[in-house]
Write a protein that binds this ligand. Sequence first.
Ligand code: ADP
Length: 458
Amino acid sequence: MLKSIRVRLTLWYLFVFGALLIVFSTYIYSSVSRDMRRRFDASILRNAQAMASYVTEFAERQNLEAGAKETVQELREGRESAAIYREGQLIASNGDDVTAAVASTRIQDAVGPDRKPAYITDPRANRRLVYMPFEFENVKYAIAMFEPLDKLEGEIAHMRNVILVGLPAVLLLAAGGGFLLARKSLQPMVVISEQAEHINATNLNERLEVAHPDDELGRLAGVFNALLSRLDTSFRVMREFMADASHELRTPLTIIHGEAQVSLAQDRAAEEYKKSLGIIRDQAKRMARIVSDMLALGRAEAGDQNLRVEELYLNDLVEECCQAAHSLAVTSHILLVCETPEDVLFLGNEELIRRMIVNLLDNAIHYTPDGGSVSVKLTGNQTSAQLVISDTGIGIPADCVGRVFDRFYRVNDPRIRPNGGSGLGLSIVKLAAESHCGSVKVVSEPNRGSTFTVALPL
Ligand code: ADP
């Protein structure tokens, strides 16, 4: 049950609200009851003062002692007990209880030298005792009065009971209200999770309905929808890639299968077998190249998030690649010129950058007819490096230039190497440049040549 946010929210709300309510009720209870006791004390003091003025009035006519006796006798015995003292000696009382209480509580000592009234509660009798000193004709008198506390205690107890009964009731109502509130505010989340539950790889194009796009849940749904869009795009790209890949692999496989079947159908001369095996070898080479490019592309994409980077000298790497391509250029009677400056220090993934240079060089040589030339030029300053690979080859038709970086895209030209390319070479170049925050662009003119320029920030 505690797993539900609704229940947890309600409990937290109840806890905070309950704590506040208890603190508030305790404060109200203590301050009101203190005030009631203060008023009670003031009222018994007023009674004592009234008695004192009555007694002194009496004394002006006859003697004070007789007046005092008469005054205390007039009080209802038991309810209000009083005693009058002169110079500490009892001169009149209407009951032993008050004199006994005065003696046992030693309230006279509490009066002090400034002779202010003193109060003491007698818990056994549940009565409040006031001892009020006064002076008459230079003689010190004091009135002790008892007042029952039942009414005051009853009122305080009533207030306490109201709080004790009301508090749980209010908390119960608050719990119900809190639960309803939590349920209402979390309802959109339930709707979102129900909708999200139905989304899988086959219906990634569906989106969550957002009733209030500007509130917190609306924003959450918006973020989720954006995530779905990105997933949808990646899935689509992946599906297209798979379809393209299988299509590309099907052609050499069909050729291999056909060649093998024709060769096996009847006995043939050794020359014919050799020819068939040559075709099969070329197609196998092509398939190997496609698979290797696909692997490189997959690895580069997977490593996009945390590409292993190291310090490397771009000029050394470019020269190494040129040297490796030299024999291919010589075989094709192509002049390969490589120009690099000193020490172009770069932070990047060596494998990916090497593959990028090799692919560009490989294309330049392959798409340049015999007798042509390929030039490689690396330049660098403090902030960026630029690699320019130009050839005097067949060039790319204007309507195809924009697509050469697409996966498996190949220009439909009979002069293009029939067995060599996978159509992934330039995709890898683009990915390599972009994963190093760089870019690649191409300028080409059919029959005159192409220039690929890679810009890399240092
Ligand atoms: P491929 O493996 O077919 O070379 P790429 O992705 O490397 O695949 O290149 C895509 C297409 O771009 C090629 O098929 C070719 O038509 C064209 N292309 C690439 N480089 C050059 C170039 N230097 N000169 C002319 N065409 C090129």
